[in-house]
Design a protein around this ligand. Structure first.
Ligand SMILES: Nc1ncnc2c1ncn2[C@@H]1O[C@H](COP(=O)(O)OP(=O)(O)O)[C@@H](O)[C@H]1O
Ligand SMILES: [Mg+2]
Length: 285
């Protein structure tokens, strides 16, 4: 099982957007058995995946999972460990308890690792035991960034800390910085140029390895997220430019993770307006 942790200490950079949409992509477009763990008590990802009805809630929520362990598989190919308010208690519980939280998470993932192809962990925007545990549990991490000055400032420190964790978790690999909410404004172009000079190798790129695989700031993305659906599933329109742009990023992220690929699953609308997966159906990927 590949375990991908999505981190950035800034809020609002697109961690939950990228992690939920990548989970939809992995589960539906690549037909992978996908586990999602939401470690942010704001629960944006939990709400999106749960309300989509495309993921099934697990037997435990994520704060309880860290406090007590005990995640079980249910046979569901798309399983969601939802955030809970217990997550807020974890940091102030002391070092000994912290070790237990990490152990519970790692043990649970170890036990179910043959039941899923990928586990995606969305994190809270602060460097605390939840983020550290998520990095200790991961095989890879990815960092969405915005081209705003204040958003870029924390990235160096964040990557330094992740490097420290990788001295303990030797399998941890960096999948890259994903430029998100990109706008063609002069200050963003200037920030991009600086970032390209300073950290070109760290940026997730397109297949040719020359251009960054970025995600523009688009209404379609916020709308899909707000309506709790994959970007490519829209009632009124076919997948357009927004989806092809995001798909490029996901294809390159999947390549960085060495992700397998199975037959895609088709998503349909029920009469009541909810979504459902149609198995054994082919869809143009
Ligand atoms: N590329 C994008 N274009 C437009 N809106 C976006 C984009 N990425 C994220 N958003 C929206 O911006 C808001 C903040 O994103 P979110 O993923 O919740 O950030 P984080 O999890 O890092 O705090 C959300 O409403 C989300 O839907
Ligand atoms: Mg979030």
């Amino acid at each position: 099982m590949i375990t991908l942790t999505v981190i950035n200490n800034k809020g609002g950079v697109g961690k939950s957007f990228l992690s939920t949409q990548f989970a939809f992509y992995c589960a539906l477009k690549r037909g992978l058995r996908t586990l999602f763990i939401d470690l942010d008590p704001q629960a944006h990802s939990s709400n999106c995946l749960f309300d989509s009805k495309l993921f099934e809630p697990a037997n435990v929520s994520s704060g309880l999972l860290m406090q007590q362990g005990g995640l079980r598989t249910t046979g569901a190919a798309r399983l969601l460990v939802r955030a809970d308010t217990n997550l807020e208690e974890l940091e102030r519980s002391g070092e000994e308890a912290h070790n237990g939280f990490v152990e519970n998470l790692l043990n649970s993932l170890n036990e179910i690792q043959d039941d899923f192809d990928i586990c995606i962990i969305d994190t809270n925007p602060s460097y605390d035991i939840r983020q550290i545990a998520a990095l200790l549990a991961a095989t890879h991490y990815v960092c969405p960034v915005n081209l705003k000055q204040e958003a870029l400032e924390g990235v160096e420190m964040l990557l330094g800390r992740a490097q420290e964790v990788s001295t303990i978790n030797e399998k941890l690999q960096f999948a890259g910085l994903v430029l998100n909410m990109v706008e063609r404004k002069p200050y963003q172009i200037e920030n991009f140029k600086q970032l390209w000079v300073l950290a070109k190798d760290l940026i997730l790129k397109q297949e040719n390895g020359l251009k960054p695989a970025w995600v523009l700031n688009r209404n379609e993305y916020a709308a899909a997220q707000g309506q709790h659906r994959p970007v490519w599933v829209s009632k009124n329109s076919k997948p357009g430019e927004a989806w092809y742009e995001l798909r490029t990023v996901f294809l390159n992220l999947a390549a960085a993770l060495n992700l397998p690929e199975n037959n895609p699953l088709r998503v349909v609308w029920n009469e009541d307006g909810s979504l459902a997966v149609v198995n054994s159906s082919r869809e143009d990927n």
